[in-house]
Design a protein around this ligand. Structure first.
Ligand code: SAM
Length: 355
């Protein structure tokens, strides 16, 4: 899913007249038009966000675009304590996460990946109140000036900008990252970047000490992370009841567990079935439809072999005692989930959710 269509249309008009020297004169008119159409929205911390294509969703939560970047991404990643971290900023959008990452660690090397040119262009005209916004702006400026044939080289070498589909980027790139910011729109509306297949590619491109962070706590997403080999964990969220997701590759500490009900649901319910995109090129509708079909089949299969439990039963803990008591063991959430699956489904456990 992309940002709001009307917003992109407006921004495109200004992209056509942009020549690098007219940033100041464009700024007021562009921002006013977007505000007038009610597609550029001021959040509670006074920073701006855009509505999404589906107007029910925005690019950031209303508690604050900057606040979200700080508390849902930079702080939980502990970026300030990492030495020369390599950061993969997926779905860079207006650049908040990249700006904040640089604010907390000036030695971070950041690969920004964003599919929508218009949203990147817009950041040139926003005022994110951290001086590191200038670094991100300069990289964006370099991209747009080069595109119209004006030679310009940004002085900042620690930020790279890739404009395109994150799925293509991950397939073609061989770097390894310490931190991955995964900031796609919600999986309910667009699961493209929440599939097992995409997350597995990310897993391969992460350093052993690496962490992936997402504001989403969706069950099929967390379930896919477990199947990819991540150790899943949960962090506090701002402005939402459910916590953010932290997924570690090989942590040298024991991460917090996610809540117990979610552990059970991910272990045993058909709603934990991950989204799939084997070719990393399916449309969002294909990905959604494919999962619905697989979910129906899985339910039928489990009923047949007498292994079907409703999600309601699972949430209430009405599951076999020997499976339930696994949750008392001193393990991390991913280990518990795998152990519960093995106990309940036996030797087909590995093939229940990923096949
Ligand atoms: C929730 S917003 C991200 C906000 C952003 N991190 C920021 O700080 O402003 C999601 C972004 O994902 C981008 N996007 C959607 N599909 C994508 C894809 N397949 N590859 C890369 N970016 C994508 C959208 O254009 C949108 O800008």
């Amino acid at each position: 899913m992309l940002p709001n269509k009307k917003a992109l249309e407006i921004i495109r008009k200004y992209m056509k007249i942009y020549n690098g020297k007219n940033e100041e004169s464009i700024k007021e008119s562009l921002i006013n038009k977007l505000k007038k159409e009610n597609v550029l929205v001021e959040t509670e911390d006074k920073t701006y966000t855009l509505k999404a294509e589906d107007e029910e969703e925005m690019m950031h939560s209303k508690v604050g675009a900057l606040k979200e970047a700080i508390y849902k991404f930079a702080k939980p990643s502990k970026i300030e304590s990492l030495k020369n971290p390599r950061v993969l900023d997926l779905c860079s959008g207006l650049g908040y996460n990249a700006v904040v990452a640089l604010h907390y660690n000036k030695d971070a090397e950041i690969d920004m990946v964003e599919i929508c040119e218009e949203v990147l262009f817009l950041t040139l005209f926003l005022d994110i109140p951290y001086k590191e916004h200038e670094i991100v702006k300069d990289k964006v400026r370099e991209y747009f000036l080069n595109k119209i044939g004006i030679k310009y080289k940004s002085d900042y070498n620690n930020v790279n900008l890739y404009v395109g589909d994150a799925r293509k980027f991950i397939k073609e790139n061989n770097k390894k990252y310490n931190v991955v910011f995964h900031d796609a729109f919600s999986p309910k509306r667009d699961p493209t970047l929440y599939t097992y297949d995409f997350l597995k590619e990310i897993y391969k491109k992460m350093e052993d000490n690496g962490v992936l962070i997402s504001y989403s706590s969706a069950i099929p997403f967390r379930s896919a992370l477990v199947d990819c080999g991540f150790i899943i964990s949960e962090g506090e969220s701002v402005g939402r009841k459910r916590g953010i997701t932290l997924a570690y590759k090989n942590p040298n500490f024991k991460p917090n567990r996610i809540n117990e009900v979610d552990e059970r649901v991910i272990a045993l319910s058909v709603i934990a079935l991950p989204y799939r995109d084997r070719t990393l090129s399916s449309t969002k509708d294909e990905i959604i439809k494919n999962r619905e079909e697989r979910r129906e089949k899985l339910k039928e299969k489990l009923i047949k072999i007498n292994k079907y439990l409703s999600t309601k039963q699972i949430k209430k803990g009405k599951i076999p005692e020997e499976v339930l008591k696994i949750q008392k063991e001193d393990l991390n959430s991913s280990e518990l989930i795998k152990k519960m699956r093995l106990k309940f489904f036996g030797n087909i456990a590995d093939k229940i959710f990923i096949n």
